[in-house]
Design a protein around this ligand. Structure first.
Ligand SMILES: O=C(O)CCC(=O)C(=O)O
Ligand SMILES: [Fe+2]
Length: 245
């Protein structure tokens, strides 16, 4: 792993997609636990207003949080192993500096026929030094016929606010990533990104969010979409956004 090259590429593009980063057996264990947790038809979790307005349909699970009633050390064990992975730790340090902090891991599940995740920035880009890093782990291939591919805009972590507009349209310059089993995607929280609608089966990813020193733990409380700023802690739209022309 050439850390210097990866660091340069990350800061140039606002993301990295690394194939075969994790070993197959570990991915299988996590995949099995995620399938067990969600079953075949999980209930939605967010408020109705959020689901419809944000064009984002995900059901979260926090497998490593011992304060939750569904926590089990056995189910958490393979997630703990990914978190402790030395390669992942070294790469995170190269991107965020020695004093980086993990936030929490979160699985996001999307059912068949749902809208994926509209264009967003995980946190507002008001201050370029304040951001989260997504460390996304994929435990099975997401083939284009399932939908649910991850789309990023290279270099957009330096472009300020995602422009107001249609939540899900194609933007010039976008890059479509095809997540595969064992892949790691590192994504700067200011990088514009989305997940395409899920046309077949289901899709999920596991995100080990992290942040640089001095970042508040609630950095991702407000998410910026093309039609609004939304605050998760209060389930409220804090700003409506309209295209200027
Ligand atoms: O699941 C993905 O591919 C992207 C998820 C995402 O947008 C996020 O974790 O912030
Ligand atoms: Fe995101």
């Amino acid at each position: 792993m050439n850390l210097e090259r990866l660091r340069h590429e990350f800061w140039q593009n606002g993301y990295l997609a690394l194939d075969n980063f994790f070993e197959s057996n570990l991915m299988d264990e996590i995949d099995k636990n995620i399938r067990n947790h969600f079953g075949d038809n999980p209930e939605f979790w967010h408020e109705e207003e959020f689901l419809t307005r944000s064009k984002t349909e995900v059901i979260p699970w926090f497998p490593q949080n011992p304060d939750l009633p569904e926590y089990s050390p056995e189910a958490a064990a393979p997630f703990d192993r990914v978190e402790a992975d030395q390669k992942l730790q070294r790469l995170t340090r190269a991107l965020l500096g020695d004093a980086w902090r993990p936030l929490y891991s979160m699985v996001m599940f999307s059912k068949k026929g749902t809208s994926g995740q509209a264009w967003h920035q995980d946190c507002p880009p008001d201050d370029s030094a304040r951001f989260n890093l997504n460390r996304l782990v994929y435990t099975r291939d997401i083939s284009p016929d399932i939908g649910g591919l991850t789309v990023v805009m290279p270099g957009s972590h330096r472009l300020g606010e995602l422009p107001a507009g249609e939540p899900h349209e194609d933007l010039r310059g976008q890059v479509v990533l095809k997540p595969r089993k064992g892949m790691l995607v590192l994504l700067h929280g200011h990088t514009w990104h989305r997940v395409l609608p899920i046309t077949d089966a289901f899709r999920f990813s596991t995100n080990y969010r992290a942040c640089p020193e001095g970042t508040p733990a609630d950095i991702t409380d407000i998410c910026l979409y093309r039609n609004m700023r939304y605050r998760f802690s209060t389930n409220s739209v804090v700003e409506e956004r309209y295209p200027t022309s």
